[in-house]
Design a protein around this ligand. Structure first.
Ligand code: AMP
Ligand code: MG
Length: 484
């Protein structure tokens, strides 16, 4: 469809008007297109060619509204690094309405009532990061928001020690409701009424099968526990670190949202922290499932007026067993083993592997890719060539070999399983940094090439073979700033 033919639905104005703000975007100066995403166009039924038009730029920049669109920002609250902040909200995001179940939102389009001390802008660097990573996550089957396109501009914003050019990324999600939205509604005057309305809204949006259920609010919570346990397992399996797991960055639909100082871990390090400001390591790799559970406990508390807290917390006890199940299942596949066979042995094997990888300090995801292509146990040096301490990995290979024999699994059997689980490419921060540096010179080719790699990580991409190797040591497991 042409841009002008797209019709958006807005369904948020059923809420009390204190819970959102209707507003107009503040456009960027001299916007220009950095990249658009054909896969996202398909989701909303937009012709690709439309993205090259000046009308599309205006749409991205908030200067042109599609049919039916009434822009608004949402209020929410949240626990940031464990502390409750009563008033947050879309400080730089504006919702435009939904199409085909995808709620469109521009990030970086100016001040809102919720901007607090912020400037309502998003810099090019962080916008590229969000744009690319959401696509990379989707390609690994990790639930996430998506992104339609990104524009750059001649508007500048002050970040840390420099001025940086501002951008807008058009994000799309089946839902933008966060745990923090419930926390905000729970503190309003008509909390119960508002919470009932919000829970019904979330159910309609994300859990429609519960609409006629007698215990729908409790069951909504249970479903979110299930989804979040699965999401955390998937993050852990691929070494993804979110960086800022505050409750305002936690989706009621169980999606990865609000990409900030995230990272795919380069070498395996349990206590890895990718966010420079996270001095205590609250959101370290190893803590992620614990924090997710903690966030769900915050939600149970926010929902206490509309659901039995006892029942919610009781169900929350299934979180870790569920998480372990999915984790074990997917990690078994990364090792080429049948998850249904000898799950205890598989678990022991995985735990031993993590310890060995930690001593080896070799590239985490690359290890699995090399393992996929191993076709003789005489060749294990090809997998462990860069290890600092090789002995634990050699010992692990003995255990692995034993498990493979016990499970009657051949190299061919394992290859079939592993090739679907272990991509050749993982979108690492150092690669994105290279694309950002070029983008600052108005060369967007690498952004577009990385989009292709991110969306097709199992493909060969011969031209970019260099990105299939280990992360260069000087770029490994670096911490990133939260400023964006
Ligand atoms: P984050 O942890 O990046 O998702 O952001 C936390 C809160 O700060 C959210 O309410 C954001 O909307 C808000 N925020 C972050 N950066 C800015 C900014 N530059 N201008 C206005 N609000 C911002
Ligand atoms: Mg956020």
């Amino acid at each position: 469809m042409k841009l002008n033919e797209l019709k958006l639905d807005v369904d948020y104005f059923e809420f009390d008007e204190k819970l959102y703000q209707k507003l107009q975007a503040t456009p960027l100066i001299n916007p220009n297109l950095v990249s658009y995403n054909k896969k996202a166009c398909d989701l909303i039924g937009l012709d690709y060619d439309e993205c090259k038009s000046s009308e599309f730029l205006k749409f991205m920049n908030g200067e042109k509204l599609l049919q039916g669109s009434v822009p608004y920002s949402m209020a929410y609250a949240g626990h940031q690094f464990g502390y409750f902040v009563p008033k947050l909200g879309d400080g730089r995001a504006i919702n435009l309405g939904s199409i085909n179940g995808w709620h469109l939102q521009t990030k970086g389009s100016g001040l809102t009532n919720y901007s607090r001390q912020g400037d309502g802008r998003a810099v090019l660097r962080s916008s590229i990061r969000e744009y690319l990573m959401s696509e990379a996550m989707h390609a690994l089957d990790i639930p996430t928001t998506r992104a339609l396109a990104i524009i750059d501009s001649d508007t500048y914003a002050h970040r840390e020690w420099t001025e940086e050019s501002c951008a807008i990324v058009m994000r799309m999600s089946p839902s933008w409701i966060r745990i923090g939205t419930f926390e905000y509604f729970a503190k309003t005057k008509n909390a119960k009424e508002n919470l009932i309305q919000l829970a019904n809204y979330v159910i309609k949006q994300s859990y429609p099968h519960l609409e006629d259920d007698d215990n729908k609010f409790e069951k909504m919570y249970y479903s979110l526990v299930d989804k979040t346990a699965e999401l955390m397992a998937k993050w852990q399996v691929y070494g993804f670190q979110h960086g800022v797991m505050n409750t305002d960055n936690f989706s009621m639909a169980g999606l990865t949202i609000d990409y900030g100082p995230y990272a795919f871990m380069d070498y395996f390090e349990k206590h890895c922290v990718c966010n420079h400001t996270d001095v205590e390591g609250r959101y370290s790799y190893n803590n992620q499932p614990f924090v997710a559970r903690w966030n769900l406990e915050v939600l149970a508390n926010a929902m206490k007026e509309i659901a039995s807290q006892e029942k919610l917390l009781d169900y929350l006890n299934t979180f870790f067993p569920q998480h372990e199940n999915v984790y074990l299942n997917l990690m078994s596949k990364r090792l080429g083993l049948d998850p249904d066979k000898s799950s205890n042995t598989n678990l022991d094997l995985i735990i031993e592997l993590l310890g060995a990888l930690e001593s080896a300090k070799i590239d985490y995801n690359l290890f699995f890719y090399k393992l996929t292509n191993l076709n003789s146990f005489n060749d294990i040096s090809s997998v462990i060539d860069n290890a600092i301490f090789t002995e634990p990995l050699r010992a692990w290979f003995n255990s692995y070999k034993k498990s493979c024999e016990e499970q009657n699994s051949s190299f061919e059997d394992r290859f079939k399983i592993m090739k679907k689980a272990n991509p050749k490419y993982i979108l690492k921060n150092y690669m994105i940094e290279e694309a950002i540096a070029l983008a600052h010179e108005q060369d967007f080719s690498l952004v577009n090439d990385l989009l292709d790699i991110a969306q097709n990580p199992f493909d060969e991409h011969k031209k970019y073979e260099k990105y299939a190797g280990s992360t260069p040591q000087e770029h490994s497991n670096l911490k990133l700033s939260c400023s964006s």
